[in-house]
Design a protein around this ligand. Structure first.
Ligand code: FE2
Ligand code: FE2
Length: 165
């Protein structure tokens, strides 16, 4: 029997990383649309961009409300988390620009592309640095935190999709 079963138990980091992978797929789908000349593509782009913005908004919020503060208490150096929060703020600026845009033109595509690149960079830092530190931290119950993140995510998704309906 392996002695490291605890490692493989789904935790807060694995939930967040599932979000990362899902949004990456949405960015890929958007990229495919930019190559399409179909007349329906502006509406599809708008819908996909809205979905990307919603997913990222909820993801950033659960990290800021639950994951980052929990981590601040458990790890010594806070520089990584300061940087992550600054990156969130910049991503939110771009998200707001995308949500407010009325023309689905080349500039709009560029905004979505840059947001995708930006998120790629941010996710890489979370994966290679922040998650590693979180999993190594003592006294941080990441498995319990996963449940908190999941519950808050559901709540926020319901709020956002309810407001849009
Ligand atoms: Fe983040
Ligand atoms: Fe993240």
């Amino acid at each position: 029997m392996p002695t490291t079963t605890k490692r493989t138990e789904p935790d807060a980091c694995s939930l967040l990383d599932t979000d990362h992978r899902n949004v990456k797929k949405l960015f890929k789908a958007y990229e495919e649309l930019t190559k399409s000349k179909a007349a329906s593509s502006p509406q599809k782009k708008r819908d996909l961009a809205n979905e990307i913005c919603m997913e990222l908004t909820v993801h950033a919020q659960i990290e800021e409300e639950i994951f980052y503060p929990g981590l601040r208490e458990a790890i010594k150096e806070s520089d990584l988390l300061d940087e992550a929060e600054v990156e969130h703020a910049s991503a939110k600026d771009l998200i707001a620009q995308i949500q407010e845009a009325t023309d689905i033109d080349d500039k709009f595509d560029a905004k979505v592309t840059v947001l995708g690149e930006y998120i790629d960079h941010h996710v890489k830092e979370e994966r290679t640095q922040i998650f590693v530190k979180a999993r190594a931290a003592r006294g941080l119950d990441l498995v319990a935190m996963r449940e908190q993140l999941e519950a808050r995510k559901e709540e926020l998704m319901a709020e956002l999709t309810g407001a849009a309906a």
